[in-house]
Write a new protein. Structure first.
Length: 269
């Protein structure tokens, strides 16, 4: 059963959800894609109810968490990821398994470089993502543009062909509930400015990298470059999954859940 509570991190009221799963198998911490919130992981949290403790918290200005003073959000990857590390400290989380989708998948690489983690699962993530044009960034939080409308077709194109109607609709509902200011900080700032290539040799935990076979926004070359920089990673598992695209934990939570368990067993993480 998923339950929730609030904690204070750096003076900001942060919303936390947990599946109340067994802690003895380890704690998984999940990080969402740009502009989204913790419900992105409800399917996986339910699937792991008897297997792992799974925690997901909304970053400042996301979901039910309070924004930063001045109604702002974290807009660069260092501040964003360091806030995650301080939230770990507040929650008493040590050596977690870190899961992330898109922007959250990027964050996993930073976390593995700067704090102790048991393993990382990067779904559609990369160590370098300067992909967003200034025109797109400017229109994410603009008085004459609505991100709920301008990004609905874009998001729909990033949902896989094998995804159920129910899961597809809830992914699109995520767009309809996004805040433009939050999306601009995430997508235009944290994601677009993300570059941890020079520190990839600091990643020393097992890594699972998942790519959706229907995701047009990423390619093999991008992932090959990431894996080539993981020179000190003891175990790398790379999976391309047909029928899904960009929103893995929402598109196919049970399938992704099984892939993660298989990875943890094979890597002895």
């Amino acid at each position: 059963m998923i339950s929730s509570y609030y904690v204070m991190v750096d003076g900001v009221k942060i919303f936390v959800e947990t599946n109340n799963g067994p802690k003895e198998n380890g704690t998984m911490c999940c990080f969402v894609s740009a502009g989204r919130e913790s419900r992105q992981y409800h399917g996986l949290m339910d699937y792991y109810a008897e297997k792992f403790e799974v925690i997901c918290f909304d970053m400042p200005g996301h979901g039910k968490s309070w924004p930063l003073p001045g109604n702002n959000c974290l807009d660069n990857y260092v501040d964003f990821c360091e806030f995650i590390i301080r939230t770990f400290e507040v929650l008493g989380i040590e050596n977690p398994i870190c899961l992330g989708a898109a922007l959250g998948g990027n964050a996993c690489f930073y976390l593995a470089q700067h704090t102790k983690v048991r393993a990382i699962v990067s779904m559609t993530g990369t160590d370098y993502s300067p992909f967003v044009s200034q025109n797109v960034i400017d229109n994410l939080d603009h008085p004459y543009a609505s991100v709920q409308h301008t990004h609905i077709d874009f998001t729909d194109s990033l949902i896989g062909s094998a995804v159920s109607r129910e899961n597809r609709e809830f992914i699109l509902w995520g767009v309809l509930t996004e805040c433009g200011r939050t999306k601009k900080a995430d997508y235009g700032g944290v994601y677009n400015g993300f570059d941890v290539r020079k520190d990839m040799d600091r990643v020393t935990c097992p890594c699972l990298i998942i790519r959706g076979g229907d995701d047009w926004s990423e390619n093999q070359e991008m992932h090959d470059a990431v894996m080539a920089r993981l020179v000190n990673c003891p175990y790398i598992d790379y999976r391309v999954i047909p029928g899904i695209a960009h929103y893995h934990p929402q598109e196919a939570p049970e399938l992704i859940g099984d892939v993660i368990i298989d990875f943890l067993q094979k890597s002895h993480a």
